[in-house]
Design a protein around this ligand. Structure first.
Ligand SMILES: [Zn+2]
Length: 218
């Protein structure tokens, strides 16, 4: 396995201005102000945290996997990655990462993908697409399924094989590992803490994550 360049944060959770645990299978929305630092902690290890970001002043500008991959010339996300918008501007920058690699090409699980990948009777199982839609509806700014572009899967290991395939592999994360990013503009965070029970990316055992926010240094 590749040796990842890991970077730890110096921020103290006791000084966070926001600190919340999101159980597996739940959606989440929250607003970040420019300059705030946002951390996602994989509390029990190998959880997949499906995540989208939007410019909260103009929701039509949203995270773009394509722009992000093109800007850095690499398909994996880690420290130094600028999470780019559909307008080619950085929404956030990853500033610390103790996992080392995050996916942005595997997509979010859905009722449809559950049937195609696993079995017809998996259709009604909980899935990220439904969690995203429910969280967006509760957020209440008129967002619908057309506002769901390709997402980030924090802590998820989706290696691209030498012959160009994708594999949903065992996670590379572990309990307590985290990824931390700085908001480069005012950002809406949309998360589905993946409930998937049919593939090994979360060890068939979805677990909670912890979200923290710090204000910009004075
Ligand atoms: Zn999922």
């Amino acid at each position: 396995m590749t040796a990842f360049a890991l970077k730890e944060s110096t921020l103290d959770p006791a000084r966070a201005v926001f600190d919340q645990v999101v159980p597996s299978g739940r959606g989440f929305t929250g607003d970040l102000r420019r300059g705030q630092i946002f951390r996602v902690v994989d509390l029990e290890g190998n959880q997949a945290v499906d995540t989208l970001f939007f410019n909260s002043r103009d929701l039509d500008e949203r995270y773009s996997a394509t722009e992000t991959i093109r800007a850095q010339g690499n398909i994996y996300l880690t420290t130094g990655t600028e999470l780019m918008s559909s307008e080619g501007r950085p929404l956030l920058t990853i500033v610390a990462d103790t996992c080392g690699r995050h996916d942005t090409i595997g997509g979010a699980c859905s009722a449809e993908s559950n049937q195609v990948r696993y079995a017809l009777d998996k259709k009604h199982m909980h899935n990220c697409r439904d969690s995203f839609l429910l969280a967006m509806a509760r957020y209440g700014r008129g967002m619908t399924k057309r506002d769901l572009p390709s997402n980030i899967n924090f802590f998820m290991n989706v290696p691209v094989t030498p012959d160009g395939g994708l594999s949903f592999a065992d996670g590379v994360s572990a309990p307590g590992r985290y990824v931390e990013m700085r908001a480069e503009t005012d950002v809406l965070v949309l998360i589905s803490n993946c409930p998937q029970l049919n593939n090994p990316c979360n060890a068939y055992n979805p677990t909670p994550v912890r979200l923290l926010v710090w204000d910009p240094p004075a």
